[in-house]
Design a binder for this molecule. Structure first.
Ligand SMILES: Cc1ncc(COP(=O)(O)O)c(C=O)c1O
Length: 451
């Protein structure tokens, strides 16, 4: 359907326009190359459709401004880290009060905010006992250690093309012939991940049962809907089947709600009435201040506490000096209490529905074999129709040139999508006009492509 030569010409034109439009970002990137590994503060910032990243000047709510003075409708929102909006006022105030007013971030003393956050996360996600981290990666690492400790089993099972952070146990996929293999590009794996893990496709209960029947899986670590290879929704009955099988085979179920938090105040767990043993979360929960955590069911907490010989206080492999620090929990409290409220999710979801509808209209107008999928406050377009039903299918539907074209075209006209995929996320400050601006530009990009 797509004329590849025409696409290449358009992409080339947009990249040149991007370079012309952003001289200060280009110069800043050039200077950084002398001092930063890869020229960026973190190597993933080289994931840019245009050849160099935009440099941040300011961000507030659903808007960011770059170093060259352009203002953007930000539908990327830090790939979910800013789902509360950039610098939401309640979080700013709480952080200023904690750090500047009363003082203290890293003091090795608990604060009462943490108890409030644990109670609120328990209300939302259904698991009562919480412990905090600064990233979702760490929350997952520590949760799977606890799962291995109490089950006495060595392996973790994940879904193909999942992402749960830079966690050794999750970097494997189902290969073309159904074999389980290390993910391409896996950097310095301590052992082949098939030693520590099993992997199956999402929405595939027979394969899940086959793998669990080995009796060596401590926990299934999963997102209730995949979000890192495009959004892949669970088919009817799938999540019930996962819960039933994990119980039958004595395997714990960990729901990673870091991205699926978009589904509602309690993520998919709350929205769909799920009953996991452990919930992990990170990113948005602190309104932009590094925060995360894992929540344990009463039964899991009791099993951990009933074990002797686990060092949960010092060097046993669970914890971090800065985890649960006063600043981080103050940010979580303010964000949950005043920003990512139940009402905010209602409004964000309505906007994502508007986004989804508008994208579908453009796809239909040009009869493109594309699809768009919504998960609460987030939505994403994919270059396949029907929408992929598992990670392997979604990976196969990828089209990097088309991704790059749309990303640069949108950026050149003041709209940012998350660089890793075609995902758009709504925050409490996003407006209908922001969504409509995306449609206007998206429709123009598609019309040029189709023309
Ligand atoms: C579902 C999920 N879990 C965990 C993580 C890791 O988050 P972080 O990089 O903030 O540790 C991510 C990051 O994208 C994620 O999407």
């Amino acid at each position: 359907m797509i004329d590849r030569a025409h696409l290449a010409d358009l992409l080339d034109r947009e990249r040149r326009a991007f370079r012309d439009r952003n001289p200060r970002s280009a110069a800043a990137y050039e200077q950084a190359r002398a001092h930063l590994f890869g020229g960026v503060p973190m190597t993933w910032m080289n994931k840019t459709a245009a050849g160099f990243p935009l440099y941040l000047a300011e961000a507030r709510g659903a808007r960011v401004t770059d170093l060259d003075g352009h203002s953007y409708v930000d539908l990327c929102l830090g790939d979910t880290g800013a789902m509360a909006g950039h610098s939401p006022q309640a979080t700013v105030d709480a952080v200023a009060d904690r750090f500047g007013g009363r003082g203290g971030a890293t003091v090795m003393m608990p604060t009462e905010d943490a108890t409030w956050v644990g109670a609120e996360l328990g209300r939302r996600f259904g698991v009562p006992y919480w412990s905090f981290s600064l990233t979702a990666t760490d929350a997952n690492r520590w949760a799977i250690r606890l799962a291995r400790a109490i089950t006495g089993r060595p392996k973790i099972l994940v879904n193909s093309y999942c992402y749960h952070g830079s966690v050794d146990e999750v970097l494997l996929v189902v290969g073309p012939d159904g074999e389980q293999v290390s993910r391409e590009g896996n950097v310095g794996a301590p052992v082949d991940p098939t030693v520590t893990s099993r992997v199956v496709e999402f929405n595939d209960l027979p394969s899940l049962e086959r793998e669990l029947a080995h009796g060596d899986v401590a926990a299934v670590l999963m997102e209730p809907a995949l979000t890192n290879i495009g959004i892949v929704l669970p088919e009817p009955g799938y999540l019930d089947g996962v819960r039933e099988l994990t119980r039958r085979y004595g395997t714990l179920l960990i729901n990673d709600e870091t991205h699926t938090f978009s589904a509602g105040p309690g993520g998919c767990t709350g929205a769909w009435g799920l009953d996991p043993d452990i919930v992990t979360i990170g990113k948005a929960v602190g309104g932009g201040i590094p925060s995360g955590g894992y929540g344990l069911s009463a039964e899991v907490a009791a099993r951990v506490e009933g074990m002797s010989g686990l060092d949960l206080v010092d060097m046993g492999g669970v914890g971090g000096t800065l985890a649960g620090n006063a600043l981080s929990v103050a940010a979580m409290r303010a964000t949950l209490e005043h920003v990512l409220t139940d009402d905010a999710f209602t409004a964000m979801t309505e906007l994502a529905t508007r986004f989804t509808k508008g994208v579908r209209e453009v796809i239909d107008e040009h009869a493109l074999p594309w699809s768009v999928t919504q998960l609460g406050a987030r939505a994403e377009y994919r270059f396949s129709d029907p929408a992929p039903r598992d990670g392997g299918e979604s990976n196969a539907a990828g089209d990097p040139d088309l991704d790059d074209y749309l990303h640069v075209y949108l950026a050149n006209r003041g709209v940012l999508l998350t660089p890793f995929h075609n995902m758009a996320l709504m925050c409490p400050a996003t407006t209908e006009a922001d969504v409509d601006r995306h449609h206007e530009v998206f429709a123009a990009a598609v019309a040029e492509l189709a023309g």
